[in-house]
Design a protein. Structure first.
Ligand code: CU
Length: 344
């Protein structure tokens, strides 16, 4: 039987003259078994579009049932449990639990996800350059997992098979401990094979190390660009920043005119070679990996492969609504877009 794919779906849309509202009908969206839905609607699913379902841009997912909301994740920085070591250094401790969890990634579209601490992306871990970091990792899933941190650390703390504790079996746990260096914006993710699946299922998060001499006060936020392969064909059906397509379009991100906005932007998108961020009506200074205080670019678009990340700083001189989105139109149409709403 023909399997519905994202590429076929997109090819069909212009021919049928359908807008984004029809995409929801076309994207597999059974309650719990996306494969079955794809098999039952092997064509474009276009006939499904008139069945009264809210479009991707209508309706909202049940954030409460999911246990997380992209608007909370946006400004949620987890600084850990802070104490002081005998040598005077700051120690930060976290416990991160991997689990299996069904989440609603678009209205009516459920996805059998793997999560760190019940959310996708996992908690945004925030430390300061030179701190000691201690992360207790508990594997509550049914597959082996790890946490692989980007940064500078001993090989035994790298969270890969054959090094240190290696793959952590179901029910197992370990402690990753290392120094916070270098300052910048990093990420963490599971590093168990097959790697693409372990990442695409949702096991990743942002890892921020502030410089000793801190950056200027700003309205800070984090966006992890991701996507979901809801029919297991190794191509994404949905795209987003912080997991839920159109979340910042349905409810724009409120910022204040002329105030410094700092966006920590991470790309973890699997199955597509690149991702991008484009801002309308404004430009931003770009600090790749956040490892320097000198911007390399003043631009309105950045492109990233998987694992790349950067810090964006901007001020909005005009009040109003300003769109942001991937500058790959198909990603935009499948969820990766939103708005800043500038007041004052
Ligand atoms: Cu894993």
């Amino acid at each position: 039987m023909t399997r519905l794919t994202r590429r076929r779906l997109l090819g069909a849309v212009p021919i049928l003259g359908l807008g984004a509202t029809a995409l929801h009908g076309a994207v597999p969206h059974s309650h719990g078994n996306a494969v079955a839905a794809a098999e039952h609607h092997p064509n474009t699913g276009a006939g499904h579009a008139a069945d009264g379902h809210a479009g991707l841009r209508g309706g909202e997912v049940d954030h409460r049932a999911n246990g997380f909301d992209p608007h909370v994740i946006l400004r949620d920085f987890d600084e850990g449990k802070v104490s002081r070591l005998p040598n005077g250094r700051t120690l930060r401790e976290w416990t991160i639990v991997a689990a299996e969890q069904e989440i609603e990634v678009a209205p009516g579209v459920t996805f059998a996800a793997w999560t760190y601490n019940g959310r996708i992306p996992g908690p945004t871990l925030r430390a300061r350059e030179g701190d000691r970091l201690r992360i207790r990792f508990v594997n509550g899933g049914r597959h082996p997992h790890t946490i692989h941190f980007h940064g500078i650390h001993p090989s035994s703390m790298d969270g890969v098979a054959g090094q240190g504790a290696g793959d952590i079996p179901p029910g197992g746990e370990t402690v990753y401990e290392f120094d916070a260096t270098p300052y910048g914006l990093h990420l963490y993710h599971c590093h168990v094979l097959p790697l693409a699946e372990h990442i695409a299922k949702g096991l990743y998060g942002a890892f921020l190390i502030d410089p000793k001499d801190p950056r200027a006060e700003a309205d800070e936020m984090v966006m992890v660009m991701n996507g979901f392969d809801t029919n297991f064909d190794r191509a994404n059906e949905l795209y987003a920043a912080n997991t839920i397509p159109f979340a910042y379009s349905e409810r724009p991100i409120k910022v204040r005119r002329n105030e410094l906005v700092r966006l920590y932007l991470v790309n973890v998108l699997e199955y597509d070679l690149i991702n991008s961020f484009h801002l309308h009506g404004n430009f931003f200074e770009y600090f790749p990996t956040g490892t320097s205080k000198q911007p390399t670019e003043f631009t309105d678009t950045v492109m990233m492969c998987q694992g790349q990340r950067g810090v964006l700083e901007m001020r909005f001189p005009y009040a109003g609504k300003f769109m942001f989105h991937a500058h790959q139109a198909e990603f935009t149409e499948l969820g990766w877009m939103g708005f800043f709403e500038v007041s004052g």
